[in-house]
Design a protein around this ligand. Structure first.
Ligand code: PLP
Length: 393
């Protein structure tokens, strides 16, 4: 037999392993130092009480014959899809409940959607990039081209004039750069996709962090229904990183190559996926209830305040950065021309603060660094004070 030799083309991503190794080595050598991690992409606040209650009820329901549930619908229960559709309505976007697929998270859907597209397609990603988009397409053997995000475009890449692609991944607000596309910028991408018969794969995992009038969904943009698929997640919105639930929206009119994309994805899901568990779908529906929205917004506001604290330190230090406003990520230029790893070591050794070197996300991340606002408030304040003291010397 032969394995999928495309796996040989994956570039080993040592980023998080190397961050962990250097951090642990430092802690071992300096047991008296309190190291603060502002590198984590995982949330730290617990689930909202209404979500926990709904999940407990869901578990109880599974324990009684009258309310027991077996396999769920492939695309998710109607009550949850309707709640998601109403949520979209809340920010002025029309998405029918019949266009929504509930899933176990955005990472799986972003990685699996390629199943329905030919390997001959060219894929475009922005650089720096969330690694899943790249690696899942290397595994499938697709050609990948890059659209550069850099300081000239505020780390929000725009469609390159002379490069064509069939599948385009966009992430807004962006991981890792924190930038959020404006309506006009997204309109350019939508026009580009429609003109090239391409499909936009739009990752809105951080939409709940948007504070200005940047679109919360690609479907806020005119023309998107004929070229876009949207992935979203409850991970960062409602602390579901360990609970697992997300959703994908495919407009019913989206067609390519003589095929209806919704139907293809339904077929794929029906073949390879047996749905999300009853307690989790009950908990997810609670996120979209009035009380659920109130409770999750308190957690989001907590992270946003952390982001504000980090951003104002960058402002005080005169360091160039993107993000922090519509995003839990602050993407900063390493001071004094330091490289990403050089700055990592400098910060770890002198401020005992851990961040994420930008070059782990692509070539345009060289010389940049990502801090996150998902940590504890007191630790964030302490870390920021140490960084200010160190860098204002
Ligand atoms: N998309 C982006 C851009 C992310 O940063 C992450 C998580 O870090 C995900 C998707 C993963 O979402 P989920 O937990 O729903 O799989």
């Amino acid at each position: 037999m032969k394995i999928n030799s495309n796996y040989d083309n994956l570039v080993p991503n040592y980023l998080f392993a190397e961050v962990a190794k250097r951090t642990n080595d430092f802690i071992k050598a300096n047991p008296d130092k309190k190291v603060i991690r502002l590198g984590i992409g995982d949330v730290t606040l617990p689930l909202a009480p209404v979500v926990v209650e709904a999940m407990k009820q869901g578990a109880d329901e599974l324990g009684h014959k009258e309310t027991f549930k077996g396999y769920p619908d492939y695309e998710g229960y109607e009550f949850l899809r309707q709640a998601i559709s109403d949520y979209y309505k809340g920010f002025g976007v029309t998405v029918d409940a019949g266009e929504i697929f509930v899933s176990d998270g955005a990472k799986s859907d972003c990685g699996n959607i390629g199943d329905i597209f030919s390997e001959d397609n060219t894929v475009m990603v922005t650089d720096p990039v969330y690694p899943v988009y790249v690696d899942s397409n290397i595994m499938a053997g697709r050609k990948i081209v890059y659209a550069d995000s850099n300081a000239d475009n505020g780390f929000a890449a725009m469609p390159p004039k002379d490069v064509k692609a069939d599948i385009i991944y966009l992430c807004s607000p962006n991981n890792p750069t924190g930038s959020a596309y404006t309506y006009d910028q997204l309109k350019e991408w939508v026009d580009y996709a429609n003109a090239n018969d391409a499909i936009l794969l739009y990752d809105a995992a951080y939409e709940a962090f948007i504070t200005d009038d940047a679109p919360r969904s690609i479907f806020a943009v005119e023309g998107a229904r004929t070229c876009a698929i949207e992935f979203c997640s409850l991970s960062k919105t409602a602390g579901f990183t360990g609970t697992r639930c997300g959703y994908t929206v495919i407009p019913k009119e989206l067609e390519r190559d003589g095929h209806n994309i919704y139907k293809l994805w339904y077929r794929r899901e029906a073949t390879k996926f047996n749905g999300v568990s009853w307690p989790v779908q009950r908990g997810a529906a609670a996120v979209f209830s009035e009380e659920g929205q109130k409770q999750i917004k308190e957690n989001i506001a907590y992270y946003q305040e952390n982001a504000r604290i980090i951003s104002s330190a960058m402002d005080e230090l005169g360091i160039y950065y993107t993000g922090g406003k519509n995003s839990p990520y602050i993407w900063l230029r390493c001071p004094d021309g330091m490289g990403s790893w050089e700055f990592f070591d400098y910060l770890l050794e002198n401020a005992n603060v851990v961040g994420t070197p930008g070059e782990g996300f692509g070539k345009n991340g060289a010389g940049y660094f990502r801090l996150t606002s998902f940590g504890d408030r007191d630790n964030t304040i302490e870390a920021v004070n140490r960084i200010k003291k160190l860098l204002s010397k």
